[in-house]
Design a protein around this ligand. Structure first.
Ligand SMILES: Cc1cc2nc3c(=O)[nH]c(=O)nc-3n(C[C@H](O)[C@H](O)[C@H](O)COP(=O)(O)OP(=O)(O)OC[C@H]3O[C@@H](n4cnc5c(N)ncnc54)[C@H](O)[C@@H]3O)c2cc1C
Length: 471
C-alpha cells in the first residue's frame, strides 16, 4: 500500500530511541521518507530546572540516537530554537507534508505542542501527537465520577486493572534524504557550560536495555527486600532511561510481566509486583501534574499554602554540599553531586531533612535536585518533594517526621553506603554514624558537627504546622 505522506518530520523530544517508539513507528509506516529531528534549547549558562550532568547525559544520548538511526536508514538532524519556528523552517526546506511527535505531559511540553499544531494547520500539513511517555494517560485513570485521583492506592488499583498497551515493532527503513543541514552533535559548551566531570551512568538505548536485562535477571526478584537499602544494588536504575525515553514504559512493563509469568517463587513474584507498582507511582505523579499544574507553584494541599519557611542560609549551602554533619544526608547529597543519582530512600531522608530539620522551602530543594539529577523529572520530583514536605498528594502527614539517625541505622546498618560517599568517615566505628557525637567532637577531622539538633527541630516543625493550621 502506498504511504499517505511523501516526507514526514519526526520530532524527537523525550523519546531518544528507535525501538518501541510510538510516533517514530507511525511516521515510518505512514511516510515514504522520515527526517528525525532534535531541537536544542537556546538558553545559556543558567537554568533553574537542569544542570551540567543532565545536559551531558542528553548529549551522549543524542550521539547514540544518531548512530542507532543510521542502522535503519535515518539521519538525525539537529537544530536549535523554538519548536514551532524550527519545525516550520525544516518543513519548508524539505517539503514535509506531515509531522509526528510523542506528547510531553508537562505544561511546558504541552505549550510547545500547541504552537506546533497551530503552525502545521497554518501550513496545511498533517500533525500527529502520540501518547508514549506513560502506559496510561492522565485521562484514562479517573475515579468513577470521572475525576482525577488525589490518593495513590485507589489510583494504582485502577491503573493495575487496566489492559496495558503492547510494545511496537522496530520501524522499517526511514530513508532520510541526503543534504539536509544539521548542527553538529552538541556538548555542554552549547549551553555555555563546562563538560561534566561527574561519574555518569552509561547513556544510550543499548545501555538502557542492558540495565533492564540486569534488573530482570538479578534485581527485581529481590526488589521487595532490597529496594530500601542504598548500599545494595537492589533497584532497577532505569529512571534516567524513562526520563529520556531510552526505553519505553511498554517494553519495561511487558518484560516485567513476562518475568512475572515465568517466576514461581512467591517472594520473587511479589518483588516484581512491587516494582510494577512503582511504575504506577511515576504515572500517578504525571497525572497529578497534568490535572493540577499549580503544584509547580504552590502546595497541592491548600491547608499548607503560605507556611512560613526559613530564609535559606549557610545550612542550606551545607546541605547542598553534603556537609550537614548528618552522615546519611551528606552521603546522599555527595552521591548526587558525584553521579547525578541518589537512592530513593536517601532522597526521602534528605528532602525531609531540608524541610523538617532546616525548615527550608521544598521548592528550593526541588530546584537543586532538578539541577543535579539525571532522572530529573518535573512531575516525580515535585511529587517526591511535596510528599517529603507533607504538603503533596497523598503525602507523609506533617507529624510523621523521619529521624535521620534512626533511618541511617535501619537502612544502612553497617554504614557501607555512608562510608562509600564520605571517605573521611572510613575509619569511624559504625555505631558513631547513628547518633550525634556525645563528646562534642567531630566524627573525623574536616567533617562537621551536626548543624542542628534533630529533636529540637522536630518540635519546631510540629509547632510551625500546628500554628499554621490554627490560623
Ligand atoms: C525528593 C524526591 C525527588 C525525586 N525526584 C525524582 C525525579 O526527578 N525523577 C524520577 O524519576 N524520580 C524521582 N524520585 C523518585 C525515585 O527516587 C526515583 O524514581 C528512583 O530513585 C529511581 O531509581 P530506580 O530507577 O532504581 O527506581 P526503582 O526503585 O527501580 O523504581 C522503578 C521506577 O519507578 C519509578 N519510581 C519509583 N519510585 C518513584 C516515586 N517515588 N515517584 C515517582 N516514580 C517513582 C521510576 O521511574 C523508577 O525508575 C524522587 C523521589 C523523591 C523522594
Amino acid at each position: 500500500m502506498a504511504s499517505p505522506y511523501r516526507l514526514a518530520l519526526h520530532w524527537h523530544r523525550r523519546d531518544l530511541r528507535i525501538l518501541d517508539n510510538t510516533a517514530l513507528h507511525h511516521a515510518a509506516a505512514g511516510a515514504e521518507a522520515v527526517v528525525p529531528v532534535y531541537l536544542l534549547s537556546n538558553w545559556r549558562k543558567e537554568h533553574l530546572w537542569t544542570g551540567e550532568k543532565r545536559q551531558a547525559f542528553l548529549c551522549r544520548c543524542l550521539k547514540s540516537l544518531g548512530a542507532n538511526l543510521e542502522t535503519i536508514g535515518g539521519r538525525l538532524v539537529i537544530r536549535c530554537g523554538r519548536a514551532a519556528t524550527e519545525l516550520e523552517k525544516l518543513a519548508k526546506e524539505t517539503g514535509a507534508d506531515a509531522i509526528f511527535y510523542n506528547r510531553d505531559p508537562d505544561p511546558f511540553g504541552g505549550a510547545a505542542e500547541k504552537e506546533v499544531e497551530a503552525m502545521a494547520l497554518r501550513l496545511g500539513i498533517a500533525c500527529y501527537g502520540h501518547d508514549d511517555v506513560a502506559l496510561h494517560t492522565p485521562e484514562e485513570i479517573l475515579t468513577q465520577d470521572g475525576k482525577p485521583y488525589r490518593v495513590y492506592t485507589p489510583y494504582s488499583k485502577n491503573w493495575l486493572s487496566q489492559e496495558k498497551p503492547q510494545p511496537l515493532p522496530k520501524p522499517r527503513s526511514l530513508n532520510t534524504p541526503p543534504g539536509i543541514s544539521s548542527l553538529p552533535l552538541p556538548d555542554n559548551a552549547h549551553w555555555g557550560w563546562a563538560e561534566s566531570e561527574a561519574d555518569l551512568i552509561e547513556a544510550g538505548e543499548r545501555a538502557a536495555h542492558q540495565r533492564l536485562k540486569t534488573a530482570l535477571a538479578s534485581r527485581l526478584g529481590n526488589y521487595g527486600e532490597t529496594r530500601d537499602f542504598p548500599a545494595v544494588p537492589g533497584t532497577s536504575r532505569l529512571s534516567q532511561d524513562l526520563r529520556f525515553g531510552l526505553l519505553s514504559p511498554r517494553t519495561i512493563y511487558a518484560k516485567s510481566a513476562a518475568a512475572l509469568g515465568e517466576t514461581l517463587s512467591t517472594p520473587a513474584r511479589s518483588g516484581i509486583e512491587k516494582y510494577i507498582k512503582e511504575l504506577a507511582w511515576r504515572e500517578f505523579y504525571l497525572a497529578i501534574l497534568w490535572h493540577f499544574p499549580n503544584v509547580l507553584e504552590e502546595e497541592f494541599n491548600p491547608d499548607w499554602r503560605g507556611l512560613g519557611w526559613a530564609e535559606p542560609d549557610g545550612k542550606f549551602e551545607a546541605w547542598k554540599q553534603g556537609l550537614t554533619g548528618f552522615p546519611i544526608v551528606d552521603a546522599g547529597m555527595r552521591e548526587l553531586l558525584a553521579t547525578g543519582f541518589m537512592h530513593n530512600r536517601v532522597r526521602m531522608i534528605s528532602a525531609m531533612f531540608l524541610t523538617k530539620d532546616l525548615h527550608i522551602d521544598w521548592r528550593l530543594g526541588e530546584h537543586h535536585f532538578m539541577q543535579h539529577l539525571l532522572d530529573g523529572e518535573i512531575a516525580s520530583n515535585n511529587g517526591g518533594w511535596q510528599w517529603s514536605a507533607g504538603t503533596g498528594a497523598d503525602a507523609a502527614p506533617y507529624f510523621r517526621i523521619q529521624n535521620p539517625w534512626t533511618q541511617a541505622k535501619r537502612y544502612d546498618p553497617d554504614g557501607t553506603y555512608m562510608k562509600r560517599w564520605l571517605p573521611e568517615l572510613a575509619k569511624v566505628p559504625v555505631d558513631a554514624l547513628f547518633a550525634p557525637p556525645k563528646d562534642g567532637h567531630p566524627l573525623a577531622p574536616g567533617y562537621p558537627l551536626p548543624c542542628v539538633d534533630h529533636a529540637t527541630e522536630r518540635d519546631r516543625t510540629l509547632a510551625i504546622f500546628k500554628k499554621h493550621r490554627q490560623r
